[in-house]
Design a protein around this ligand. Sequence first.
Ligand code: HSE
Length: 369
Amino acid sequence: MKIVGLVGWRGIVGSVLLQRMQEENDLLNITPVFFSTSQFGQYGPVINNISYDILKNAYDINSLKNMDIIITCQGSEYTNQVYPKLRQKNWKGYWIDASSALRMENDSIIILDPVNYDMIISSIKKGIKTFVGGNCTVSLMLMALGGLFKQKLIKWITVSTYQAASGAGARHIIELLNQMGALYSTVQKDLLNNLTAILDIEKKVTNMSRSSNFPTDYFSVPLAGSVIPWIDKKINTGQSREEWKAHAEAQKILGYNNFTIESLCIRIGAIRCHSQTFFIKLTQELSLRNIEDIIKQHNQWVNVVPNNISDTLLKLTPAAVTNTLNIPIGRLRLLNIGKKYLSAFTVGDQLLWGAAEPLRRMLNLLINY
Ligand code: HSE
């Protein structure tokens, strides 16, 4: 069995990865070795009544070198620090990474096998050893629109994202919940006695969100009761890095480049599902029926939600999709602008298809290869 080193398995993405690996019995097909950046030497985890060995030091290149495959959810800083040293020591194993550090390198592949299975397999045959999960919004977009991309039916897309707190990290989820709690606490009595005028309630809530007591250490501004129209660093095109990734990573994953994706990325107060609105220019006129068929035939997780109120409210929200592998896409409509223009809205769990799931599937591809 392949010896697989797991790094960053206690973080938010790593925990979801491990949970999925347990659900799918992946751990029975490998010899897992658990690493830690901070708690090496302590007991390993107990999973399904199996106690794993003492945690190894995730910075110890000699221990890492013994792995056939390393799968890391530790983040870019770790990858930047450890990966070059491992390769310099002539390590020939497979590196599977959730972070963006190596994503755009020439000798890495961005993994999303329902979309680029052939590319992944041919790259394994060519000797590529570095496989990196895509940005969550990009992966979720391609899972939803994979059929249209596969048939090269997309000329351009403008995307608006509605990204959950989890994309920023575990502490951000906690801060969002603390913000929600602070807003609620400030008007709790008013809500109970039902006597306070709504504008007085709103004023108290707004004042709380602007007060120095409001928890904003991680987001730096209120997210509860608000939105934050900037994610990640600014780059010199005026885009955020998150927005830049949409086009750059989609091209790399798909392996062709005659389409354009423009994106505006926004943080909202959802917990772990990212949503996206697409306005699409198609390369040819198609009936809505035809478009829906192409979308739903692409993979087993995407499902077309009929463009009506009840299906949309029941099936096309973060509340409905969280903690599932479903990729619903709805609000599909040919626009009044012209016959090649389409609108769509999709939701996906950013910790599953947006992060952990492509990694565990890549691990299985390598094990079964
Ligand atoms: N960058 C994403 C976000 C997370 O901030 O939501 C995962 O790619």
